[in-house]
Design a protein around this ligand. Structure first.
Ligand SMILES: Nc1ncnc2c1ncn2[C@@H]1O[C@H](COP(=O)(O)OP(=O)(O)OP(=O)(O)O)[C@@H](O)[C@H]1O
Ligand SMILES: Nc1ccn([C@@H]2O[C@H](COP(=O)(O)O)[C@@H](O)[C@H]2O)c(=O)n1
Length: 246
């Protein structure tokens, strides 16, 4: 894996806002369809922070493996294609892109064939260790005042000492309904089954269904989108008083 390109978003204040020069991390985990990506992005915009979608790296690697015709359930095959995985991602919540080599894969990594394959590549320990190192390097060298980092093991493995750690959750049927509302061309029952199957596979690798000690739960089952963003911002506020760039 080569070093990533680091995009320095213009909308986000530079590092002088942080006393230490080290970006503040808001770590958010949760199951599929819990709103991690959309809520984290909106939270980052409201805070003037960067946004790192860690699942995009696993999706991009799955895309890369599929491009090579590799079996994503075979760890040896995954490690082989990981050797020339040239990955780059934007940390700008207002200009999100993901690239592998010279190819923009921002949309392609959301295709069902990639979603169906991603758990296979994510269960390879050497891959997890390397991408986790990459995430920390991306954040540390971003020059940003803060970054909202979302995924499955951010609160527990990648940033267990982050000042703000949140488990974003919602009832399984609510998450499935929200995802189904996005994918209107697909059968609702099939969408729900795929979502639950992916959670079952992923949760054998990391526990993102229960909050680790010190992690605060935001349950959006009965909240609309804006209420959920506000609930996350309230946790940020109460934890580090950093809301809206303060
Ligand atoms: N509180 C909410 N109320 C209504 N819709 C919501 C809420 N939170 C998120 N959504 C919607 O639910 C859908 C799933 O959200 P999102 O893609 O952010 O989830 P995710 O956790 O990142 O999923 P995945 O892990 O599968 O990528 C999106 O359409 C999003 O707009
Ligand atoms: N920290 C993470 C983030 C993601 N994964 C794996 O990637 C898949 C895609 O993630 P999305 O958030 O984009 O849905 C996910 O299903 C996991 O397999 C991970 O392992 N750790």
């Amino acid at each position: 894996m080569t070093d990533p390109t680091i995009f320095r978003p213009g909308v986000v204040a530079p590092a002088e806002g942080s006393a230490s020069g080290v970006p503040a991390v808001v770590a958010i985990d949760g199951p599929a369809g819990s709103g991690k990506s959309s809520v984290s992005k909106a939270t980052a915009v409201r805070l003037g922070y960067g946004f790192l979608d860690t699942g995009a790296a696993y999706r991009a690697l799955a895309w890369h493996a599929l491009e090579h015709g590799s079996d994503t359930s075979d760890a040896t095959a995954v490690l082989e294609v990981f050797g020339d995985f040239d990955y780059a991602i934007s940390l700008d919540p207002a200009d999100r892109w993901v690239r592998v080599g010279g190819t923009d894969v921002t949309a392609a990594i959301r295709e069902p064939r990639v979603t169906d394959a991603v758990s296979g590549v994510a269960r390879v320990p050497a891959v997890r260790q390397a991408v986790n190192d990459l995430f920390r390097r991306l954040v540390a060298s971003s020059g940003l005042r803060g970054v909202v980092v979302e995924g499955r093991d951010i609160t527990t493995v990648v940033y267990p000492d982050a000042p703000v750690r949140i488990l974003l959750t919602a009832a399984p049927e609510v998450r499935a309904a929200r995802r189904s509302a996005e994918l209107t061309s697909q059968d609702a029952a099939a969408v729900a089954a795929a979502l639950h199957k992916r959670d079952a596979a992923d949760s054998t690798v990391v526990d993102f269904l229960t909050a680790a000690p010190g992690v605060q739960v935001v349950d959006s089952t009965h909240l609309d989108f804006e209420q959920t963003v506000d609930a996350v911002l309230n946790v940020v506020d109460s934890t580090m008083g950093a809301r809206d760039g303060r």
